[in-house]
Design a protein around this ligand. Sequence first.
Ligand code: SF4
Length: 465
Amino acid sequence: MIKEIEYFLNGKINEECGVFGIFNVEDAAQLTYYGLHSLQHRGQEGAGIASCDNGNIIREKGEGLVTEVFNSDKMSKLSGNMAIGHVRYSTSGGGGIENVQPILVRSHTGDFVVAHNGNIVNAKELKMQLEAMGSIFHTTSDSEIIGHLIQREVGSFQEKILKALPKLEGAFSFLIMDRESLYVIRDKNGFRPLSMGKLGNGFVFSSESSAFEIVGAEYVRGLKPGEVLKISKDKIVSKQYTDCTQDKMCAMEYIYFSRPDSSINGLNVHTSRRKCGSILAKESAVEADIVIGVPDSSLSSAMGYSDASGLPYELGLVKNRYVGRTFIKPNQQQRERGVKMKLSAMEAVVKGKKIVLVDDSIVRGTTSKHIIQLLKDAGAKEVHMRIASSPIISPCFYGVDTSTYSELISTRLNPKELGEFIGADSLAFLSHEGMLEGLGKNVCTACFTGRYPTSMFSLLENLKK
Ligand code: SF4
């Protein structure tokens, strides 16, 4: 239910998680706290940090925002110069404190902790196999699977990780910390971003490079698909857990999830959005007075639309930044109020104007409808909706909560019908070709095309979950 309320307040799709890790930097947990804070947009249900001090792993976690979970008492326990952290949004496995990461695995061969961003698409089969072999799961999160797989292998800890990873299908960026080393892992399809930075004599890793800024780290590079980095006292070793890789970064990371100040695979998110907005303007020009964007993720593409169309970019919608989480059961009236709590239309700007309203995507259409109504109530003469991505027609199996087929409105309505449903004077989406031009060709666009870059068998099994 909370997810449903957040959906209406966010009005958007949600992502599963962000990870942050530090090696060989004093007060590693303190810096991890700041890193997680700047990844907070990737998950608000729970947060956790594990640090390592002289071979002793300490973990603190809780439900809620980073600032709610960690107080000075908890932070004082997290000593050491190596740490990993996690912010959680649950798309699989559900909520609850037991699913808040990092997951701690106690073992006679040595404790270790795991933080995961993404979704394991063959989780159901793997869990059944592992349970049949005697594994006992303590959480309902997919992320625990890697811990059990590692435990079942033989060899050094690094060898065990390298043997376990090929069994996983789907999207994952893992940070795994044992008593001596940090392991940083990106899946063979490269779905989720994971960047490496340098800080003094140490290293920093983050789901988004924007988190480096706050800790003063310098961006080094993104991890390659299928790469396993081991960082220990005397060296960094890079290995591939498979050579069968492809570069399929989630297009939604550029379109919606990531912060504009992040760079993914060398492409700045704001720049990519602005370019998509420009292409959209060339593809779907309309006579209007001003261009406005839906805050925050659509402001860059609205600027791009303004660049290419020559229409002035204006601030027509203002976001209330202090809404936070609301634990109320939404009925229709409350949903509408939810949008109003989050956004206000600027009457002084929009009254009597023909407006191009740029948004990044449409999932169910209900939020667009409310926003257009807000603008019309404030006196807008016409509202022409322009979407800086293609229609979403398929669910995501790789860690993004894009609902089911039946909830995706573009599976039922064509753009003309959808435009009428949301009350727009016209509606147009960015073409698929335009999207690839703006984001680069090495992206996953499965939710826009229905063509998935991994085996369909596991995906169909996922649908039965
Ligand atoms: S299906 Fe869509 S949301 Fe999922 S990884 Fe691919 S582009 Fe991203």
